[in-house]
Design a protein around this ligand. Structure first.
Ligand SMILES: Nc1ncnc2c1ncn2[C@@H]1O[C@H](COP(=O)(O)OP(=O)(O)OP(=O)(O)O)[C@@H](O)[C@H]1O
Length: 213
């Protein structure tokens, strides 16, 4: 048996909104280079689990460990190691698509991100839109830019909420391939999805959530 701690470990997670439990005693582990999909109907708690993992929601009980250390004890490291896309991004209205990625890469310590930004824009199909402002992008293009913002920075764990949302068929196919590459490079992925094909293509395990009354 491997003695290496899993990249992510969630144990006995409980989350309440007001006094209503939406997550109760949820446990799973995610090794390096693997992917877990959270699946289940609308309102079953997928986003809530992701928000607990990235620290934007406070669990009522349970432990969330990243590389063996409680996430709340090392918020800075969590920010460094975890790339997340949970909500629609608020873009800066005056920065182009390329400038958004450039800014983020530099903020995460890459002093010369030009080649990476070009490659990513090409990857997400936005090379021709590199100099457009967010307001002039279609909703699907904005979603592609949002995904690129998670991929332009260093990461050990990628946390994505319905990454397939608003992507066309070619976009979802690209996404599946890209997430497989991420795994091959050692990145762990925790994602919520309503797309069975994406789940089948990417996830090594699924965690099924059910709405609680
Ligand atoms: N801020 C909040 N305040 C109160 N209740 C909330 C809040 N956010 C979510 N909930 C409730 O918690 C439950 C789980 O919501 P959550 O968004 O985690 O589900 P989900 O599985 O991600 O749903 P979807 O598939 O629609 O994205 C739902 O019943 C929802 O109404």
């Amino acid at each position: 048996m491997s003695r290496t701690a899993p990249r992510l470990s969630v144990a006995g997670l409980r989350h309440l909104y007001a006094d209503r439990a939406v997550i109760e005693d949820l446990s799973f582990t995610l090794p390096a280079g693997r992917a877990i999909a959270l699946v289940g109907p609308n309102g079953s708690g997928k986003t809530t689990v992701l928000r607990c993992v990235v620290g934007s929601a406070e669990p009522a009980a349970g432990k969330i460990l990243l590389d063996g250390v409680a996430v709340d004890e090392r918020a800075e490291t969590v920010r460094r190691d975890v790339a997340a896309l949970l909500d629609d991004l608020d873009f800066f209205p005056d920065l182009t698509a390329a400038e958004h990625l450039d800014l983020l890469a530099r903020a995460h310590g890459n002093p010369e991100p030009e080649d990476l930004v070009d490659t990513l824009l090409d990857d997400v199909g936005l090379l021709a839109a590199a100099d457009q402002l967010p307001s002039s992008l279609s909703s699907g293009q904005r979603r592609r830019l949002a995904l690129a913002t998670a991929l332009v920075r260093p990461r050990k764990l990628l946390v994505l909420d319905e990454p397939e949302a608003r992507l066309d068929t070619a976009g979802v196919a690209w996404l599946a391939e890209r997430l497989q590459e991420e795994k091959a490079a050692g990145t762990s992925i925790l994602f919520a999805s309503h797309d069975p094909d994406l789940v089948a293509a990417v996830a090594d395990d699924t965690v099924e959530l059910t709405p609680r009354s």
